[in-house]
Design a protein around this ligand. Structure first.
Ligand code: ATP
Ligand code: MG
Length: 357
C-alpha cells in the first residue's frame, strides 16, 4: 500500500482545534482511497517557548526533514512577541526547506456570502502565487540615532535574480497547467524606485518564453481595488513576499471569511518537504471555545494530498466541503453565519467523504 509520513504541528490557539478535524478528514479519505498516512506529532508552540525558551528544539528542522509533507495549524499567541513565533518556527521552516512558493487559492465556495455584493453575481476563483523567501521580509537594516532628532530606521528589501525568476517561472507554469493562461503581476514600479521596475523587467523577459500565457500588470494599490470590484478578471496573480501576503488575505476577505482559506508553502523541486497551513492565525479571541471554522485547515490538507500525488483524494475532500456548505441546514460555524461547533462542521465533512458518488 502507498504510504506517506506527515509531520503534524498543530501549534497554538485554534490551530489545535482545527487540526483535529483535518486529521479526521485525512484518516477517512486515505482509507476510502486505499493509501496510508502516518502522522508524527510535534507539539511546538508558544507554550513550548514559555517552557524552553525556544519555539522548536535546536534540531527541529532536521526532525521534520524526512517527512513527505508538513501540516501546520497556526502559531503565535498573546504574550509571545510575533517576531519570536514567526522567526522561531514558521520562517526557518519556509527558508530551510526552500519553500519559495506560497500558493493560495481564493474561491467563493457554495454557501459563502461575500460581504460586498450580491453573492449570486460574484465570480471569485483565482490563485495568488507569492514569493516566500526574500524581499521585504528581511532582517537587514536597523536603527540609528535612537532618541535624537536624527533618528532613522532602515529596512532593506533584497530581490535576487534567482528568487525573482524562479517564482515568476513557477507562476507562468502554474497558469499554463491550470488551463487558464492569464497571469497578472502585482507591482508598484511607479513608486518603488529600484525593486519593482526590476520585477516588471524580469516579468516581461520571462513572458517571452510563454507566448501562450496572456499577461497584465497592476500596481498593488489599484490591484487591491480590483480584487474587490472585479474579482472575475483574475486567474493567477503573482507578487513579491509583501504584496503576495497582502493579496492573499484580501482575496479570502472578499469571499466573506478567512476561516476557509488554505495555503501551501511549496518546494517545487521536492528536495525538501512542503508545508500546508490555513491562512488564518491562532485567533486568540475565539480560541478554546470550539467555534473555529475548520475548513481552512481541511482545504490545506486537500492541497497536501494534491502535492503527494493523491489528487483524486484531494478533489474528493473539496467536493465533500462543497457538498456540506451547499446543503440546506448545514452545521455552519459562527463566522459563516451559523451556530455549529468546529467538531460538528468537521463531522459533516467526514461523513460526506463516505458518500462517494
Ligand atoms: P496572524 O498574525 O497569525 O495571521 P491575525 O492577527 O491575522 O493572526 P487571526 O488569528 O487570523 O489573526 O484572526 C483574525 C480574525 O479572524 C479574528 O477575529 C479571528 O477570530 C478570525 N478567525 C481567524 N480564523 C478563524 C477561523 N478558522 N474561524 C473563525 N474565525 C476565524
Ligand atoms: Mg494574519
Amino acid at each position: 500500500m502507498r504510504s506517506y509520513e506527515i509531520a503534524v504541528v498543530p501549534g497554538d490557539g485554534i490551530g489545535t482545534e482545527v487540526m483535529t478535524e483535518a486529521l479526521r478528514v485525512l484518516d477517512r479519505v486515505s482509507s476510502e482511497f486505499g493509501f496510508g498516512l502516518k502522522f508524527r506529532h510535534f507539539d511546538w508552540s508558544c507554550e513550548t517557548y514559555r517552557k524552553t525558551g525556544r519555539m522548536m528544539p535546536e534540531d527541529g528542522i532536521d526532525r521534520l526533514r524526512d517527512h513527505d509533507s508538513i501540516l501546520l495549524g497556526a502559531v503565535g499567541f498573546p504574550g509571545v512577541p510575533d517576531h519570536i513565533s514567526l522567526w522561531g518556527l514558521l520562517i526557518p521552516i519556509r527558508r530551510e526547506f526552500d519553500q519559495y512558493v506560497s500558493l493560495r487559492p481564493v474561491r467563493l465556495l457554495p454557501g459563502l456570502t461575500p460581504p460586498l455584493r450580491d453573492g449570486a453575481s460574484a465570480d471569485v476563483d483565482f490563485w495568488v502565487v507569492r514569493e516566500n523567501t526574500e524581499g521585504e521580509y528581511s532582517q537587514v537594516g536597523g536603527r540609528q540615532g535612537t532618541g535624537t532628532d536624527q533618528e532613522m530606521v532602515v529596512q532593506v528589501a533584497t530581490f535576487t535574480r534567482r528568487a525573482t525568476d524562479r517564482i515568476l517561472r513557477y507562476a507562468f507554469d502554474f497558469s499554463r497547467g491550470l488551463g487558464r493562461p492569464n497571469l497578472t503581476l502585482a507591482t508598484k514600479s511607479n513608486g518603488i524606485y529600484h525593486s519593482m521596475p526590476y520585477w516588471d523587467e524580469r516579468f516581461a523577459e520571462i513572458s517571452a518564453e510563454y507566448p501562450d500565457v496572456a499577461t497584465s500588470q497592476e500596481h498593488i494599490d489599484i490591484l487591491c481595488a480590483k480584487f474587490v470590484l472585479q474579482p472575475e478578471r483574475f486567474d493567477v496573480v503573482v507578487g513579491s513576499n509583501l504584496f503576495g501576503d497582502i493579496l492573499s488575505d484580501l482575496g479570502p476577505g472578499v469571499t466573506g471569511t478567512i476561516g476557509v482559506a488554505p495555503s501551501a508553502n511549496i518546494n517545487p523541486e521536492r528536495v525538501h518537504p512542503s508545508m500546508f497551513e490555513p491562512v488564518h492565525g491562532s485567533a486568540p479571541d475565539i480560541a478554546g471555545q470550539g467555534i473555529a471554522n475548520p475548513i481552512g485547515q481541511i482545504w490545506s490538507a486537500a492541497m497536501l494530498l494534491d502535492h503527494l500525488g493523491e489528487e483524486e483524494a484531494g478533489a474528493h475532500v473539496m467536493r465533500a466541503i462543497e457538498t456540506v456548505l451547499g446543503s440546506a441546514g448545514a452545521p455552519l460555524t459562527p463566522d459563516l453565519g451559523g451556530r455549529a461547533a468546529t467538531g460538528e462542521l468537521g463531522s459533516a465533512i467526514v461523513n460526506a467523504i463516505g458518500e462517494r458518488g
